[in-house]
Design a protein around this ligand. Sequence first.
Ligand code: 3SL
Ligand code: MG
Length: 234
Amino acid sequence: MKIDIIISADDIKEDKIQGKSVVVIDVLRATSVIVTAISNGCKKVIPVVDVDAAREIASKDRNMYLLGGERKALKIEGFDFSNSPLEYKASIVNGKTVVMTTTNGTRAIKGSTAAKNIIIGAMINAKAVSARLKELNNDVVIVNAGTYGQFSIDDFICAGYIISLLNEKSSLEFTDIATTALYVYEQNKDITSFIKYASHYNVIKDLGLYEDLKYCCSKDIIDVVPEYIEGIIK
Ligand code: 3SL
Ligand code: MG
């Protein structure tokens, strides 16, 4: 099994992911939201790139569709949720479809469609993701959403954690970037000591969203592994 990493949504190249099992990671906060919503009984998440496209889908039935996401880390006008995973409670999302648009995360998912499988990963479901990847037994490309096309520490260390889990009892072949992610994780297993240097961590902190940071940086509190198939995450 070969393991590679792509550092941002802007760096996805079709030939690098074709036929591979992709894990899309946006720890802060899109994939943490998706994992939480699905775990709380949300029927499906429809990721879209544009705000207007999201509004159009939801307008078909405002009882069935909930609108979630962010621009500049803030709730979008007329949406039901921001991009805080803590808002996606079972009492609200159970049985519903969430139409979601975010700056980097949903773009990374939509950009990965050349892959064989697209798995949604975060710190909160990392162990379950590694188990699913072992089951698929295919070459893996971890797609970090990154931040505005830039490398993002939070996604990178999560990639390192997933690689460390895969590394247990398997023979893996790493690209240099995958080796680096593993090394960084091994040196910072508590993760917050390193994630605190991430620019986006500090954006969320400056907004006072400390509980979001604490939640998104928690390891393995959820064991569902959402997958994106033909436009829908279940
Ligand atoms: O960029 C994204 O997709 C978002 O997750 C960013 S934010 O954490 O909601 O600002
Ligand atoms: Mg992010």
